[in-house]
Design a protein around this ligand. Structure first.
Ligand code: ATP
Length: 577
């Protein structure tokens, strides 16, 4: 409490007034001064009271101090959240009322008034949950400042949260976890998202808008998308982006649940391929990528300096599969990169793709190989139906497609090349009325035949056998009964080639003769060493095939391009990321 003010006359130390008139006057003055002092004292008392009331109120409310300040903000090395870790896909009623912790991305954040905010938290793929954060009257564990901070978190920031699991009043339609929500009690920012996302998740998770041939040197500045405050479920109106925008923003391209589902299907195909072949006693081997001679063709082989020499990137593991058979392996397979220096800017081609290759001894007839390849493909298709049901559904919601039609067991479709051409001539489109049995099929012919086969045999998977001699490489064996055709086949999915294969020549004399017939010098680099393998030891009859993994995935899912199925597509115009 402040002291009463002192009379200024006294305080100044001036002499007291003299007696008489002066005295009378001073008596009056003293009264006046006394009244004034009283008034001042009253004023001071009231001010003190006001101050005391304000201080009491401040103490009661916590004042301006943020009582939740330790429950949010940038994560520190000392930050610890003791609650149990939870995975969204495992959330159940047993978690209700429990406090849990989760690391997740901010998929959406919005304020609801000054005291409440909603966030959508994405743990992985499309596993999302609604987070609610609401300031309490006491200002802890959540304060208004904390709510404001969370509501302003940038999209795709990575956070650690502590929350109590609760049942929402109504299911949260915008989130995959719709029956529970998180009531946040702590939120720490581990890694902030950018101010503006160059490719938002909504766009990344939509069908690619265009597959224009992009020029990487011009593609650095990706079109920016307006910051979205929409959940994935509300994203129908979000813009879609071109393939170059996707590929120039690999982190967001890969965060899209659809891309992760495609990657799952891809890896499942690889696994199923190995699984089936190993159950049939195939052994895996590894073929080299760097080779010393462009032995299989020449024109479409990448070359590179190799010390003082030149090296090439293998355009197939063909010779190596055969060397394995020559080396006494009865059945082999390999999975690896294949390089083609073809300037083909089509949805079917890449300059690097993954080959699923196999080779096996033939005991009686090369149809043993066709049986095996048919078997492995059907195993893959049936396996995908079972193991990737969820992913296929997710992909179909974005890239709609009809079911991939499989032949009934025992009714697999195998046509000879000549039968396929006949079907095209007789029942195909007008422009294919005169197709010849001696010339390879064009892509439009293949597609038209695929449509005819689907209609006639109710399958999207079939084999064309006995390709014309002119359409197959020098190592393919000719049909002993009709040298105009070969013991070689292609496999098709939805009318598009996914595999080429055949019986190989295993006798060096026949091999050399066919090499000459094809106009190739048997002594040329690479060829001579190849033929020498068959001269060096007797090699059993054998055959096999090479499957393009990227195409199997793309055509099974009916995607518009193989570039979508590859992790890092390489095309004539793209070498990054
Ligand atoms: P295409 O005629 O379609 O270019 P190809 O006849 O050259 O193919 P092969 O050399 O027989 O193909 O290769 C076997 C398989 O490898 C093909 O059926 C296909 O699945 C895949 N493949 C071939 N080239 C490519 C490529 N450039 N990009 C992606 N996959 C390919």
């Amino acid at each position: 409490m402040s002291e009463a003010p002192v009379d200024p006359a006294q305080a100044s130390g001036a002499a007291p007034p003299a007696e008489g008139e002066g005295f009378a006057q001073s008596k009056k003055g003293a009264k006046k001064a006394e009244a004034k002092a009283k008034k001042e004292a009253e004023k001071a008392r009231k001010a003190a009271e006001r101050e005391a009331a304000a201080a009491a109120q401040k103490a009661a409310s916590g004042g301006n101090e943020d009582l939740a300040k330790d429950n949010y903000g940038d994560i520190l090395p000392s930050t610890k959240v003791a609650a149990d870790k939870v995975q969204l896909k495992n959330l159940g009623d047993e978690h209700i009322g429990k406090t849990v912790k989760l690391r997740a991305w901010i998929q959406n954040a919005r304020m609801q008034g000054a005291k409440m905010a909603f966030v959508e938290l994405r743990e992985e793929r499309n596993w999302t949950i609604q987070g609610v954060v609401s300031a309490s009257a006491e200002g802890t564990p959540v304060s208004k400042q904390m709510v404001k901070w969370i509501g302003a978190l940038r999209l795709e920031s990575f956070v650690l949260v502590e929350a109590t699991v609760q049942k929402p009043l109504e299911p949260v339609k915008s989130c995959r976890v719709s029956n529970y929500e998180f009531h946040l009690t702590k939120t720490y920012l581990i890694s902030p998202g950018p101010e503006v996302l160059p490719l938002g998740l909504n766009a990344a998770n939509r069908a690619i808008a265009s597959f224009e041939d992009e020029d990487p040197s011009q593609a650095a500045a990706a079109p920016t998308e307006a910051v979205e405050n929409l959940s994935l479920a509300e994203s129908a109106a979000a813009p879609s982006a071109s393939l170059s925008t996707h590929l120039n923003n690999p982190a967001m391209h890969k965060r899209a649940p659809v891309q992760q589902a495609i990657a799952d299907v891809r890896m499942t195909v690889r696994k199923l391929f190995s699984e089936y072949l190993e159950s049939k006693n195939f052994v895996q081997f590894e073929a080299p990528c760097l080779i010393g001679a462009a032995s299989e063709g020449g024109a479409n082989v990448f070359s590179l300096p190799y010390f003082e020499k030149q090296a090439f990137l293998a355009q197939s593991p063909q010779f190596y599969k055969q060397i394995e058979i020559a080396g006494g392996r009865k059945r082999v397979y390999c999975i690896g990169p294949v390089f083609r220096a073809e300037n083909s800017n089509t949805p079917r081609h890449m300059t690097e793709f993954t080959g699923l290759d196999l080779e096996m001894e033939i005991e009686e007839n090369y149809h043993e190989v066709i049986d095996m390849i048919e078997g492995v493909m059907l195993y893959i298709f049936r396996g995908l139906e079972q193991r990737c049901k969820e992913q296929i559904e997710l992909i179909r919601a974005i890239y709609p497609s009809d079911d991939f039609l499989l032949p009934e067991p025992g009714k697999e479709v195998r046509l000879t090349f000549a039968e396929g051409q006949k079907l095209l001539r007789e029942e195909g489109p007008e422009e294919f009325r005169n197709v010849s049995d001696d010339e390879d099929m064009s892509t439009p012919q293949e597609k038209a035949l695929g449509a005819l086969v689907r209609k006639k045999y109710n399958t999207d998977f079939y084999v064309l056998d006995k390709f014309p001699e002119g359409a197959r490489p020098f190592y393919t064996i000719e049909d002993p009964e009709n040298p105009k055709v070969t013991n070689a086949y292609d496999f098709f999915m939805r009318g598009q080639e996914i595999l080429s294969g055949g019986q190989r020549i295993h006798r060096p004399d026949l091999l050399e003769a066919r090499i000459r017939k094809k106009g190739i010098d048997p002594a040329s680099p690479g060829i001579r060493e190849y033929v020498d393998v068959f001269r060096s030891a007797g090699v059993p009859p054998h055959g096999g095939g090479g499957i393009g993994l990227d195409r199997v995935v793309a055509w099974y899912l009916n995607l518009p391009s193989v570039h979508l199925t590859s992790y890092y597509p390489r095309t004539p115009k793209r070498l990054s990321p």
